[in-house]
Ligand binder design. Structure first.
Ligand code: AP5
Length: 222
């Protein structure tokens, strides 16, 4: 018995590499990846009422209202796979009200990872980002090019991935990040996200390995 599964939050500016690191983390640690941005894009694509409402906010780089996001995330966290395997929350919470609701429902993370990347790099990453609709994998034309011609031919771009839109998202990020950080100060690890994706992952991996060991040691000493 290894005790309670890991519960992790990952945060950072738009295109700081949250989704990319989540691919690497889930591959090794098998946590359930929950990304409100992806859940919202699925609602937009399906043309639901929530999707139609969310799209306006997403196009302006603003936070989608709590009425839509909070229940969506809470319901996903309560599903049995997330409860059993542990979870990796990507880009959530982004406001103190979202954090407060999580706390009220007893969702307390073990670790809060903040990816730090300079602004010029963020814009370059957004403009070159492409997504594979078949596998859901994230690519970059320069930094993570597709492996085959077949994948290259089917890559898509997000509707909010322009230089103009990312500046709006960045502004929203700056308005909210401090309030959220202050709530998780004691479990926050700041990671330099400007390095290559494997170097960034090595930093996260070493923190998570230590954390798992601490949890196991604590369990052994009971
Ligand atoms: P969301 O989808 O979460 O977008 P975001 O926060 O803007 O972040 P991104 O997905 O753009 O970037 P990322 O950090 O995952 O970077 P990635 O790994 O892809 O949110 C979208 C919208 O949904 C929001 O604007 C808001 O409207 C709404 N929303 C979401 N959460 C919400 C919430 N909690 N409350 C309310 N509304 C919410 O990497 C980017 C690119 O860089 C890729 O091409 C990748 O290949 C490349 N790359 C990654 N790492 C590296 C590296 N180390 N070196 C070189 N290239 C790299």
């Amino acid at each position: 018995n290894k005790g309670e599964p890991l519960k992790i939050m990952i945060s950072g500016a738009p295109a700081s590499g949250k989704g990319t690191q989540c691919e690497l983390i889930t591959k090794k640690y098998e946590l359930v990846h929950i990304a409100p941005g992806d859940l919202l894009r699925a609602e937009v694509a399906a043309g639901t009422e929530n999707g139609r409402c969310a799209k306006e906010y997403m196009e302006n780089g603003q936070l989608v209202p709590d009425e839509i996001v909070v229940m969506m995330v809470k319901d996903r966290l309560l599903q049995s796979d997330a409860q059993e395997k542990g979870w990796l929350l990507d880009g959530y919470p982004r406001s103190s009200s979202q954090a407060t609701v999580l706390k009220e429902f007893g969702f307390q993370p073990d670790l809060f990872i903040l990816l730090e990347v300079s602004e010029e790099i963020l814009v370059e990453r957004v403009v070159g980002r492409r997504l594979d609709p078949v596998t859901g994998r994230i690519y970059h034309l320069k930094y993570s090019p597709p492996e085959t011609e077949e994948i290259a031919a089917r890559l898509t771009q997000r509707f909010d991935d322009t230089e103009e839109k990312v500046k709006l998202r960045l502004c929203t990020h700056h308005q909210n990040v401090e309030a959220v950080l202050s709530l998780y100060e004691d479990i926050t690890v700041k990671v330099n996200g400007s390095a290559s994706k494997h170097v960034v992952f090595a930093q996260i991996d070493s923190t998570m390995t230590k954390l798992l060991k601490q949890k196991e040691d604590a369990l052994g000493s009971v």
